[in-house]
Ligand binder design. Structure first.
Ligand SMILES: *Cc1c(COP(=O)(O)O)cnc(C)c1O
Length: 335
């Protein structure tokens, strides 16, 4: 937890940026919604922060817009380049169109088709390159170097982190009562850094629990090693979080603001997609269900009862034809 003056100063810096982020020119304030069936089943009050209801169907629009809107005129006229597993891509594409900025987006060739369409239909140029995010990232950095366009990181940038942090600002305004923990899905760590910075500054007693796919647990690896290690390989079922190395800016915050890191399996994600469906009649993508899967694991592990736990329901960009597989796997898990 923040103990030194330097740590407090870092958090204050982010809180100021979060409060000033003009994300509502494009993003919406999403509901914080009760999950009655899940609450009943787990013996705790579970609330879902519905970021799957954003334009582009994930929270990424917040960070992307906050970054692009603050570029200088010169940078805006040269255009931007990014690499993304898909959701940041759609956020940048929409923000760029809104601001009249040319955008090129490099996505792994394994990106679900609907995310590629989501980018192209918003007027951005989509380049498919590499089998997973790290390869797409390397190519995007090379393109940025060659063309003079500004590279916009999906997570490793203070303005992106501050944009994502507006999720926490909304949560603390929407829920002023008892709150025990917030569960946050982690890919490159931008979302959790923004949320943790805001929450630990204002309500340090609220636990921040990171939830990762066991096939891309780069925060857990970095926390264990005390430095940002690179995973030798990443699985892409939860494609929104398939990142091999936690971002530097995010890790700086996570090191003293994250209380616990949990990892979950693909089958646990499928079961959590069903839990969310049962309570909301909405389908999330695998990454979007990480936090709910994490809550189930947390309750089982610590045996907590009667607590108030919030899950960030982070996105809904899943190909329709993969739902059969999700339903099949969910049926094998105790849900
Ligand atoms: C990007 C993303 C995440 C993880 O966010 P990071 O800032 O990369 O940690 C989680 N869920 C969804 C749906 C995402 O698109």
């Amino acid at each position: 937890m923040p103990t030194t003056l330097a740590q407090q100063t870092l958090l204050e810096h982010y809180v100021k940026k979060i409060l000033a982020a003009p994300v509502y020119e494009l993003a919406v304030r999403t509901p914080l919604q009760e999950a009655p069936a899940l609450s009943e089943a787990l013996g705790n009050r579970i609330l879902l922060k519905r970021e799957d209801l954003q334009p582009t169907f994930s929270f990424k629009i917040r960070g992307a817009y906050n970054k692009l809107v603050q570029l200088g005129e010169e940078q805006k006229s040269r255009g931007v380049i990014t690499a993304s597993a898909g959701n940041h891509a759609q956020g940048v594409a929409l923000a760029a169109r809104e601001l009249g900025i040319a955008a090129t987006i490099v996505m792994p060739s394994t990106t679900p088709q609907l995310k590629v369409i989501g980018v192209r239909s918003r007027g951005a140029e989509a380049v498919l390159h590499g089998e997973s995010f790290p390869f797409a990232l390397a190519y995007a950095l090379e393109l940025a170097e060659r063309t003079g366009r500004t590279f916009v990181s999906p997570f490793d940038d203070p303005d992106v982190i501050a944009g994502q942090g507006t999720v926490a600002m909304e949560i603390l305004r929407q829920h002023q009562g008892e709150l025990d923990a917030i569960f946050v899905p982690v890919g490159g760590g931008g979302l959790i850094a923004g949320i943790a910075a805001y929450v630990k500054y204002l309500r340090p007693e609220v636990r921040i629990i990171a939830v990762e796919s066991e096939h891309s647990a780069c925060l857990q690896a970095a926390m264990n090693a005390g430095e940002r290690t690179v995973l030798p390989s990443v699985g892409t079922f939860a494609d929104g979080v398939a990142v091999a190395q936690i971002g530097a800016f995010g890790f700086e915050v996570c090191q003293f603001c994250v209380d616990e890191v949990l990892t979950v399996s693909n089958d646990e994600l499928c079961a959590a997609i069903k839990n969310i469906y049962d309570d909301t009649r909405s389908i999330t993508e695998p990454s979007g269900a990480l936090a709910v899967a994490g809550i189930k694991k947390y309750v089982a592990r610590h045996g907590v009862q009667g607590q108030t736990l919030i899950a960030i329901d982070s996105g809904a960009n899943i190909n329709f034809d993969s739902l059969g597989h999700v339903a099949e796997r969910a049926a094998l898990e105790a849900v």
